[in-house]
Design a protein around this ligand. Sequence first.
Ligand code: ZN
Ligand code: ZN
Ligand code: ZN
Length: 353
Amino acid sequence: MKPKTLYAEPHRRFNPLTREWILVSPHRTQRPWSGQLETAQASPSLAYDPECYLCPGNQRAGGARNPDYGSTFVFINDFAALKPEVQPARLDESGRGLLLSESEAGICKVVCFSPRHDLTLARMTVAEIAAVVDLWANEFAAIASLPYINYVQIFENRGEIMGCSNPHPHGQIWANQTLPDEPRKEQESQQAYARQHGACLLCDYLQLETQATSRMVAENAHFAALVPFWAVWPFEILLISKAHAPNLVSLDPAMREGLADILKQITTRYDNLFDVPFPYSMGFHQAPTDDEAHPEWHLHAHFYPPLLRSATIRKFMVGYEMLASPQRDVTPEAAAAILKNLSATHYADRKPR
Ligand SMILES: [Zn+2]
Ligand SMILES: [Zn+2]
Ligand SMILES: [Zn+2]
């Protein structure tokens, strides 16, 4: 059967990174249900907000005061989910793994991308985003060198719909002792693929997508942004480095600028989709920092945006998704075509003020 024929009917697709299946139901976009109405979030208009705990010079809830920073700023989360000092312990209360627990050491940091309260990655210059990339790389290296850290997760939540109540441009870094489940699944898949094919999973995948072009959204000399074949979220994007690099630290200055450029391209297209600041969770997947060699790991980032057909209609992961398998209505190819055809100029720069 031809892919086109298969993709027009309900079918499932395999995610080789997690080795999980997703159900695709292209015919369901015709159904009458209109979805939940969310209030579209307007951009903040103030460059400085005296009430914001991330703005320069302001006091945070924990009592500390932010410096009068002029570019990026990083600090240890005042209400961290992980702490460096924990008593090492492992407890199996039933002796059969039914009530199993372990101590977990770690560190949580907050990264401010800009002193400007009213900006987002999409509204920052490539040079300003490159400063954020440098900070991410430097923090990754510094945190990775801590003896109790074996994995570093860099991520950003944007928009109230994703549980981020503060619009100030910022992200987080959580790092811990053990490899969390999502990167562990991807590590095992990348290792298995390398053993079986003597090649890198994402290098091979990127080559296929470069030839196919139907899921490619944006590209530059160093990075490619595409809607993956196995995307779950309507406008999900997988950002892949063209070089086989294990982490941000290994990127040279030109590659880092390439990353800054593609981040601006992705977030600008997202904002242009419904002419609103587009909500998402994004994060980098990088090789663990456990002092082992990880030739199988290929640096990439995932963007998971919740919106479906407008600024106010979101996709829910409920019912079948919670109990059986993720499901999507619009095909990844259709979503990629929509994103690709959007303007690369931000809507706020096109409209008269
Ligand atoms: Zn602020
Ligand atoms: Zn690779
Ligand atoms: Zn990943």
